[in-house]
Design a protein around this ligand. Structure first.
Ligand code: ADP
Ligand code: TRP
Length: 333
């Protein structure tokens, strides 16, 4: 049995990108592995989420995990801030993270470009906290979307330096995984970039969106004036819509519209209606389960209470090993 770990930040509602890039694999992997899935509330704080929004997002994301099929009887589900061993390991790993490499991390550079002088140190060390999340359970596989690849590589670097410095094989080397060979990147409906929680309303399809809003958003997605030559290369915004169709529709449906595009007789109106319908059918069962769960506060509390206990127990085993090799245990009685 392998140890699997992943998490999402409670910074808003989950969207199709979160589900198809990561969540769907949480569900698949829990059948045959030792899985830890958590809610990264400390990570959300790097962008100063308001406290009332943070606390409601935490319970919403928890209900969304359960709604997509993460099962507390098969996986350990917990909240990051309920496991104090994580910030302890984060502190110790910081000694193995080089300032230069943290500054070169792509996600940090993007934030730095936007925020300038007010950029906080939590953002700089974001990959170190993420490494602590993974290494605290000595996980070997991390189901994530393509945007997280570099963070996992950095976790390997910190783990390897730690092992090497103390000449002890404490941490295994974690790898990013998806169901496919390549990690997935679900595109935004607006044609450029990835679907993201932080984007304006129209670019993401949320797992709790109702049918009307899904159809409206898909209808508003950017298209062009249509192909003019048979088999011409699709422009990026059309290619993205086809990719989304590949993810949520049947192969027959995809092939039908692909053929129509290649023969220059595609009607984007019909194409978008079909895509909207298929997206709705795809997420409807999740939306229904979410609605049934989100107000069952006692159940949600119980899930994270039990999950927290299991996660702390596993984390403590690693911290004991770590404190020992670092030399912090000599005066413990
Ligand atoms: P967001 O970027 O929307 O705020 P998170 O950063 O919390 O979402 O990501 C949670 C998980 O979902 C990560 O594993 C991330 O790689 C994955 N993910 C987020 N957006 C996408 C996307 N558009 N395509 C594929 N995976 C994604
Ligand atoms: N940084 C991840 C994201 O934005 C969330 C996350 C935090 C995570 N810690 C993790 C993902 C550990 C995988 C493993 O999506």
């Amino acid at each position: 049995m392998e140890t699997i770990l992943s998490g999402m930040r409670p910074t808003g509602k989950l969207h199709l990108g979160n589900y198809l890039g990561a969540g769907i694999n949480y569900v698949k992997m829990q059948e045959t592995n030792n899985c830890f899935y958590f809610i990264a509330d400390y990570h959300a704080l790097t962008t100063h989420t308001k406290s009332s929004e943070l606390s409601s997002s935490i319970s919403n994301v928890l209900a969304e995990y359960l709604a997509i099929g993460v099962d507390p009887n098969k996986a350990t589900i917990y909240i990051q801030s309920h496991v104090p061993q994580i910030p302890e390991l984060y502190l110790l790993l910081n000694m193995f993270a080089y300032k230069g490499e943290l500054e070169k991390c792509v996600t940090f550079k993007e934030k730095a470009r936007k925020e300038g002088q007010t950029l906080n140190a939590g953002l700089l060390t974001y990959p170190v906290l993420m490494a602590a999340d993974i290494l605290i359970h000595r996980a070997t596989k991390v189901p994530v979307g393509e945007d997280q690849q570099q963070h996992i590589e950095m976790a390997r670097n910190f783990a390897q330096r730690f092992n090497h410095y103390y000449d002890a094989e404490i941490f295994p080397m974690p790898v990013a995984v998806s169901n496919d060979e390549n990690l997935i990147r679900v595109p935004s409906l607006q044609g450029t970039g990835k679907m993201s929680k932080s984007d304006a309303g129209d670019s993401a399809i949320y797992l709790v969106d109702d049918k009307d809003s899904i159809i409206k958003k898909v209808k508003r997605a950017k298209t062009d004036s249509g192909p003019t030559e048979p088999n011409q290369t699709k422009p990026i915004e059309i290619e993205n819509l086809f990719y989304l169709m590949e993810l949520v529709s049947s192969k027959e449906t995809y092939d039908h519209f692909d053929k129509a595009y290649n023969e220059c007789n595609i009607r984007y109106g019909d194409f978008k209606t079909q895509l909207g319908e298929d997206m709705n059918n795809f997420i409807a069962p999740i939306r229904e389960r979410y609605t049934a769960l989100v107000n069952d506060r006692n159940y949600l509390l119980n899930v994270v209470k039990e999950g927290g206990e299991k996660a702390r127990e596993s984390a403590q085993k690693t911290i004991d090993l770590v404190r020992n090799v670092v030399g912090l245990n000599s005066m413990n009685s």
